[in-house]
Ligand binder design. Structure first.
Ligand SMILES: Cc1cc2nc3c(=O)[nH]c(=O)nc-3n(C[C@H](O)[C@H](O)[C@H](O)COP(=O)(O)OP(=O)(O)OC[C@H]3O[C@@H](n4cnc5c(N)ncnc54)[C@H](O)[C@@H]3O)c2cc1C
Length: 383
C-alpha cells in the first residue's frame, strides 16, 4: 500500500508551512485553535488565498481541489495551532450542507462569503433534553404565510455570540414520528427574538452559549432542502463534522512542545518517558491513517459513515491520552516549581487537561459512535 502524497500535494504542504511561518508570530499558537482560536482577520487571509472551501465549485468561490488537498491544509493549520475557528464550521459543515441541499439562491448568496472568510456560523442542534438523541428536539418552526415562526431553546451553541448565521434544526411537524418531522434552516442571528446567553466552561473560556428563540421570523427561502427531511440531511453532515483531522490534532501544539521540552531537558533519556512519548506517536500515526481513509473515501465519491465514527472515536480518545501524558510529564514541574523551564507551559497544560473531557462529547459521544460502528460497521442489531 502506498501512503505517499503527490508531488503537488507535498508542494502545497510546503506553501502552507511557509505562510504559517510568516503569520504565526510567537505566542499566537493555541490548542483547540478550531474552537477557541477566533480571528476573522486570520480567516480572511486564508480566504484571500483560496484556502476556504477548497473542494467547492469555482462558481461559488471554491477551488475544485480534492478532499486530500483539504486534509493537507487542515492538518498543517492545526499542527501549527492556527486561529481558524471563525471559518471552521462554514468550511467544514455548513458549506457542504448547502452544496448538497441548498437552493441556487442560498448557494449564490452565502457560499462566496464563506470562502472569503466573511461569515461566521453557529450550529443549533443540541437542546436541553436532546443531545445524543437529537431527534427528540422540541424547538418548533410553524408556517405563517411566507415565513416560519421559530420558538425554542438551543444549548452548547459554539460561537452563537459572534455568529452571523445559525444553521439550525427545528420540528416542523409535531404529529409525525420524531425523525420525520424535522427541518433545517439558516437564520440571520440579528433577527429580532433571538437571545444569546454565555456559558463559561471549566477552563474559564466562553465559546459556547444558550440560545433562546421567541417567535423568530424566518423567511421560507431559508428552509434548507426539503421540509420534514432534515433528519436525513443531518446524518451526512454529522459524518463531515466527525471525521476531520481536528478530531486528532486539537492539542497537538502542546504535545510537540512537550516532546521538545523532554529532549532539551534530558527527560527523554528516562525509559518510562521515552515509552510514553513513543506510545503517543504511534497513536497519532494510527489516528492519522483513520482520518486519511475518510478523506480518501470522500475523494472517491463515497460517503464515510462508520469509518467517520471510528476515526472520531479513536482520535478523540488519543487527544485525551495526550492531555494526560503531557500533564503527567510536565504537571508536577510546572505546579511545584514556578520558576522551572516547564512553567512556561503550565497554563497550557492545565487548560488542556481541563478541556480534554469535551473531546469525546462534542460532535457525538464515544458511546454513540460505538453504537454506529456496531450497527452500521459490524451489522449488529440491538437485542
Ligand atoms: C465543547 C462542546 C461544544 C459543543 N458545541 C455544540 C454546538 O456548537 N452545537 C450543538 O448543537 N451542540 C454542541 N455541543 C453539544 C454536543 O453535541 C452534545 O453535548 C452531545 O451530542 C451529547 O449530548 P448531551 O450533552 O445532551 O448528553 P446525553 O445525550 O444526555 O448523553 C449523556 C451520556 O449518555 C450516553 N448516551 C446517550 N445516549 C446513548 C446511547 N444511545 N447509547 C449509549 N450511551 C448513550 C452518552 O454517551 C453520555 O455519556 C457541544 C458540546 C461540547 C462539549
Amino acid at each position: 500500500m502506498d501512503f505517499a502524497l503527490t508531488v503537488e500535494q507535498e508542494r502545497f504542504r510546503q506553501e502552507i508551512r511557509d505562510f504559517l511561518a510568516e503569520e504565526m508570530v510567537d505566542g499566537s499558537t493555541t490548542e483547540d485553535g478550531w474552537i477557541v482560536g477566533y480571528s476573522r482577520e486570520f480567516s480572511q487571509k486564508l480566504g484571500a488565498r483560496g484556502w476556504i472551501g477548497l473542494t467547492w465549485p469555482k462558481k461559488y468561490g471554491g477551488q475544485e481541489r480534492s478532499y486530500l488537498d483539504r486534509l493537507v491544509l487542515t492538518e498543517e493549520l492545526l499542527r501549527a495551532g492556527a486561529p481558524v475557528a471563525a471559518h471552521w464550521l462554514g468550511d467544514r459543515q455548513v458549506g457542504p450542507a448547502l452544496l448538497a441541499y441548498g437552493s441556487e439562491e442560498q448557494k449564490a448568496e452565502i457560499l462566496p462569503r464563506v470562502t472569503n472568510g466573511e461569515v461566521v456560523f453557529c450550529l443549533g442542534m443540541s437542546e436541553p433534553g436532546a443531545g445524543s438523541d437529537l431527534a427528540s428536539l422540541r424547538t418548533k418552526a410553524v408556517e405563517e404565510g411566507d415565513a416560519f415562526s421559530l420558538s425554542g431553546q438551543k444549548i452548547w451553541t459554539s460561537f452563537a455570540h459572534v455568529a452571523d448565521y445559525a444553521y439550525l434544526v427545528a420540528r416542523t411537524d409535531k404529529d409525525a414520528p420524531k425523525h420525520k418531522g424535522i427541518s433545517e434552516f439558516l437564520i440571520d442571528m440579528k433577527t429580532p427574538g433571538i437571545t444569546v446567553r454565555p456559558l463559561v466552561d471549566i477552563t474559564g473560556e466562553h465559546h459556547f452559549n444558550e440560545v433562546f428563540f421567541d417567535s423568530v421570523r424566518v423567511e421560507k427561502k431559508w428552509l434548507i432542502g426539503e421540509k420534514n427531511r432534515g433528519w436525513y440531511q443531518i446524518a451526512s453532515q454529522l459524518d463531515y463534522e466527525r471525521s476531520g483531522i481536528e478530531r486528532l490534532l486539537s492539542n497537538y501544539p502542546l504535545y510537540r512542545e512537550t516532546v521538545r521540552y523532554a529532549q532539551e531537558h534530558g527527560l527523554s533519556n528516562n525509559p518510562l518517558v521515552r515509552n510514553q512519548l513513543a506510545q503517543m506517536q504511534i497513536e497519532l500515526t494510527m489516528g492519522r491513517f483513520l482520518i486519511y481513509r475518510v478523506a480518501w473515501l470522500l475523494s472517491h465519491g463515497q460517503v464515510p459513515n462508520y469509518e467517520a465514527a471510528m476515526a472520531k472515536c479513536f482520535c478523540t480518545e488519543v487527544e485525551q491520552r495526550i492531555a494526560q501524558t503531557v500533564s503527567s510529564l510536565l504537571g508536577a514541574y510546572a505546579v511545584l516549581l514556578p520558576g522551572s523551564p516547564a512553567a512556561r507551559l503550565a497554563g497550557r497544560v492545565a487548560r488542556t487537561y481541563l478541556y480534554a473531557p469535551a473531546y469525546t462529547i462534542q460532535g457525538g459521544t464515544s458511546n454513540v459512535l460505538r453504537n454506529i460502528m456496531a450497527i452500521r460497521g459490524l451489522g449488529l442489531q440491538a437485542g
